[in-house]
Design a protein around this ligand. Structure first.
Ligand SMILES: [Zn+2]
Length: 335
C-alpha cells in the first residue's frame, strides 16, 4: 500500500472566474490545444507550464497506476491560496476551489482524497470553512506557512490551529510566498533556498514562541519537504536555546523536544537527508509525500524510501501508508 500525501491539483479555472478574485493577479488555467499541456496564468502572465494530470483526474489515475500509488492526498497549488486579496473575495473563492477539489476526487473516491484551503486572512471565516470542508468530504486543510509578516505563532493563526485541533482537522503546512525578494531572481532560488527556510521558520515560530504549549496535543500538523531546513539546523537551535536566555524566554523546553508534536513528508531526495530526518523525527512521523505533479517533486514516487539503507520493512510500511492512515483518518479507505 502506497499513499502519497503531498500532491497538488489546479482546477480548470477560467480567466473570468479568476478576475472575480483579482483582475490583475487572480490565478487561472490556460489549456493548450489538444488538452494535454497548459499554463497556470496570472491575468495575461504565464506562471508555470503544467500538464493534464494537474486538472484531469483520469490522467492522474493513469499515472498513479504506473507509479504504484494506491491513494493520493491532493491539495491546492499554493498560488490558489488567495491570502493576499480582500477577505470578502477569498471566502467564496476558497469555497469554490474546495468544491472543485471534491469534484476532482469524485472520479475515484477511494483513491483521491482532498485537502481544503481556507481564507486565513479572516480567522473566523477560515475556521468555518475548515469545518464546512470537513463536513463535505475533505480530509484536512492545507495552509501556507505564513500570512505576510504573520508567522504561525500569530495569535489569529494559533486560534485557527486550536480550532483544527479541537475539530480533529489534520493540517498540511506548505511553504509559499518566499522570502529573499530581488536577491533570488534566477535559477529557481526561491524554491531551492527560500522554501526550505520558510518551512523551518514556520516550525520554529511554533516552537520558540511557546505556541505548542497553547495548542492541544491532539493537533495533527505536517510540514512539507521534510520540514525544509529544520532537521539539519536543529542542533544549532538547541545549542542557542541552552546558551541564550532570549531564546528560552517563551519556549520552556529544549526545542528538539517538540519534534513529537508534528510530522513531515519524505520529499528530501537524498538518502543522507532521509537518514537524518528519521533520526530527528522518527519513522513514525514521516509520511510519503512526492510534491506531484511538478518537476521539483520525486519523479519515481516512493523510490527514496524503498531504497533507504537501514529502514526495516516496518519503517517502510509506516512511511508508505500506516502513518498517513492514522494522520488523515483513512481507515475506511484501506480496510
Ligand atoms: Zn508542494
Amino acid at each position: 500500500m502506497k499513499i502519497d500525501m503531498h500532491a497538488h491539483h489546479f482546477p480548470r479555472i477560467t480567466r473570468e472566474e479568476a478576475a472575480a478574485l483579482s483582475a490583475d493577479r487572480g490565478p487561472w488555467l490556460r489549456v493548450d490545444e489538444g488538452g494535454k499541456t497548459g499554463q497556470i496564468m496570472r491575468a495575461d502572465r504565464p506562471f508555470r507550464p503544467v500538464y493534464d494530470s494537474l486538472w484531469d483526474p483520469h490522467a492522474r489515475l493513469a499515472e498513479m497506476d504506473a507509479q504504484g500509488v494506491d491513494i493520493q492526498i491532493t491539495c491546492a497549488t499554493p498560488i490558489m491560496f488567495g491570502y493576499e486579496f480582500a477577505p470578502e473575495k477569498v471566502l467564496p473563492w476558497a469555497q469554490r476551489m474546495n468544491d472543485l477539489a471534491l469534484e476532482f476526487c469524485a472520479a475515484a473516491p477511494k483513491r483521491l482524497v482532498a485537502l481544503a484551503q481556507v481564507p486565513l486572512q479572516d480567522i473566523d471565516a477560515a475556521c468555518r470553512e475548515a469545518s464546512r470542508a470537513k463536513a463535505t468530504g475533505h480530509h484536512g486543510v492545507q495552509i501556507g506557512n505564513h500570512l505576510g509578516d504573520r508567522d504561525l505563532d500569530d495569535e489569529g493563526l494559533v486560534t485557527f490551529l486550536q480550532h483544527c485541533a479541537n475539530e480533529n482537522i489534520p493540517l498540511l503546512v506548505h511553504p509559499w510566498d518566499m522570502m529573499g525578494g530581488n536577491r533570488m531572481k534566477q535559477w529557481m532560488l526561491p524554491w531551492l533556498v527560500a522554501m526550505p527556510a520558510e518551512t523551518q521558520l514556520g516550525i520554529l515560530s511554533l516552537i520558540l514562541s511557546g505556541a505548542f504549549e497553547r495548542i492541544p496535543e491532539s493537533l495533527k500538523i505536517c510540514f512539507a519537504h521534510g520540514g525544509g531546513s529544520f532537521a539539519f539546523m536543529l542542533g544549532r537551535v538547541d545549542n542557542a536555546w541552552k546558551h541564550r536566555d532570549i531564546i528560552r524566554k517563551d519556549c520552556p523546553r529544549l526545542p528538539s523536544e517538540y519534534c513529537k508534536r508534528f510530522y513531515v513528508d519524505s520529499a528530501v531526495f537524498d538518502h543522507g537527508a532521509l537518514r537524518l530526518l528519521a533520526e530527528v523525527m522518527g519513522t513514525d512521523r514521516i509520511m510519503l509525500g512526492s510534491d506531484y505533479p511538478f518537476p521539483l517533486g520525486e519523479q519515481s514516487i516512493g523510490k527514496l524510501v524503498a531504497e533507504q539503507p537501514g529502514f526495516t520493512d516496518a519503517d517502510k510500511r509506516a512511511i508508505y501508508a500506516g502513518n498517513a492512515v492514522e494522520f488523515f483518518g483513512l481507515q475506511s479507505l484501506v480496510g
